[in-house]
Design a protein around this ligand. Sequence first.
Ligand SMILES: [Zn+2]
Length: 254
Amino acid sequence: MADPQTHDLARAGRYSIRYGDDVIAFALRLQPQRQPSKLAVHVEPDGRVLVDAPEGVSQAIVMAAVRKRASWIVRHVTDARARLAHVRPRDYTSGEAVHYLGRRYKLRVTVDPAAAASCRLRGIFLEVTVRQRSAQAVRDAMAVWYRQRAREVLRDRMDVVARGLRWVQAPPPMRLQWMRVQWGSCSPGGRITLHPALVQAPRECIDYVLLHELVHLLHHNHSPAFYQTMDRHMPRWPAVKLKLDGLAEQALRS
Ligand SMILES: [Zn+2]
């Protein structure tokens, strides 16, 4: 027999609701440490909708919360898609703009069947050597390079940012992973995962992401206390976040 208290329990996963002519599709994430009454809706820079809810929430409550914010969600998703529409897909050929630590460089591709694939910065150029002319080969060589740079730069910045935070005894374990919708995340166990493409962003944006994840070691949610701590350590973080959101569409997709 279904328990009336639990038969409507929401499960993490994908849901959708109709709103006028729109369908709002969203991913529900359940967070045991979240306050029972608190439910948060986010629209990511690429237009995905994420809902964070406490474990044990009913599906009816989740749906009602999304419905209540539906017009806000649709407006933000529309904005995000409009921004994406202006981003041309890369074709990884010479002359294209690429970014590293917030600076703009020009891609220069050399095809050399005898050489090993390589990638390096030289002056205003990111020089990529590949064995055959293919966007995939250039993309792969760049991904290897970005990951190497990310490992070094993000570890350095992590040490600097963590040093100023009294609740961080030592910089937490960190790993790099290509993610579709986010720059960083912090597991309940305290491991921080970062997107290697973060090294394309200016240093203050990198520091903002690191600080955000490090503050999660103290507050495992986006509560007012979380934002108070952010304000204390980086008063201008909202402006930095805006700048980073503007970079997200080119960086997270490449
Ligand atoms: Zn967060």
